[in-house]
Write a protein that binds this ligand. Structure first.
Ligand SMILES: Nc1ncnc2c1ncn2[C@@H]1O[C@H](COP(=O)(O)OP(=O)(O)OP(=O)(O)O)[C@@H](O)[C@H]1O
Ligand SMILES: [Mg+2]
Length: 216
């Protein structure tokens, strides 16, 4: 990712609880830190799950700060002043003010979604929000069971039918994601050569490519 004065801002949103927003946020922000980016997670979820992860983690990057949606812009400004280069905004479930503010502030929106009918149906309000805001947005299929090719293909078709783009990298159902989170770590930190680590790495590289194209 090029070093510029403007940080890269990623919003992670999804209407559905437990779709993997916080997991994606902390794994991506930590991957950015591993690439020597000053990275930060802004947790706008009153449940403060990312913030709890940050507390367990201690003094290692990424920094995790909490901010109610009404304070998001100010919090981003203060992160900029502190030299933060990569910001991931974690949001609560529901397509409400928090999701709207995060989408407005972001360069790109990631929408983690399990490839299940109810989860896919819940994409509709988010699809409306991102199309209104015109921020580039991608569905990231998450916790895809091993070998579930048909399920994943159907999920992609459903999301595309709502006018959403699909991230070509998907995350499998991997124990390393939940095992690591409970310790304030990431999948790549507890199992650097594991599949979860490879997927996050592929996602990071894809993100760089897309952002370079999107950036002037
Ligand atoms: N790819 C994955 N493989 C296995 N477990 C996962 C994966 N992604 C997330 N999980 C687990 O699923 C649970 C929910 O994930 P997470 O907290 O990231 O979701 P969320 O969208 O942030 O939830 P909420 O809407 O409540 O904030 C956690 O226990 C997490 O460890
Ligand atoms: Mg969460």
């Amino acid at each position: 990712m090029p070093k510029t004065d403007q940080p890269t801002i990623i919003a992670i949103v999804s209407q559905k609880g437990g779709s993997g927003k916080t997991t994606l946020a902390v794994n991506l922000a930590t991957r950015a830190a591993q690439a020597s980016q000053e990275s930060c997670v802004i947790d706008t979820d009153p449940q403060a799950t990312a913030a709890a992860w940050g507390d367990w983690r201690g003094d290692f990057l990424p920094v995790v700060v909490t901010a109610p949606p009404a304070r998001l812009t100010r919090t981003i400004e203060s992160a900029k002043k502190n030299g933060v280069e990569f910001i991931v905004i974690d949001t609560p479930p529901h397509a409400d003010a928090a999701a709207r503010e995060a989408i407005k502030a972001a360069d790109i929106v990631l929408i983690p979604t399990k490839p299940r009918a109810f989860d896919l149906a819940a994409l509709e309000p988010i699809a409306d929000l991102v199309s209104f805001a015109k921020t580039p947005a991608f569905v990231v299929l998450n916790a895809v069971p091993t070998g579930a090719t048909v399920l994943a293909n159907e999920a992609r078709k459903t999301a595309e039918g709502m006018g959403l783009s699909i991230c070509p990298v998907e995350l499998g159902d991997r124990a390393a994601f939940h095992r690591s989170s409970a310790k304030g770590e990431t999948a790549a930190e507890i199992d650097p050569s594991g599949k979860a680590a490879q997927e996050v790495d592929a996602l990071w590289k894809w993100l760089n490519k897309v952002l370079k194209k999107a950036q002037k």
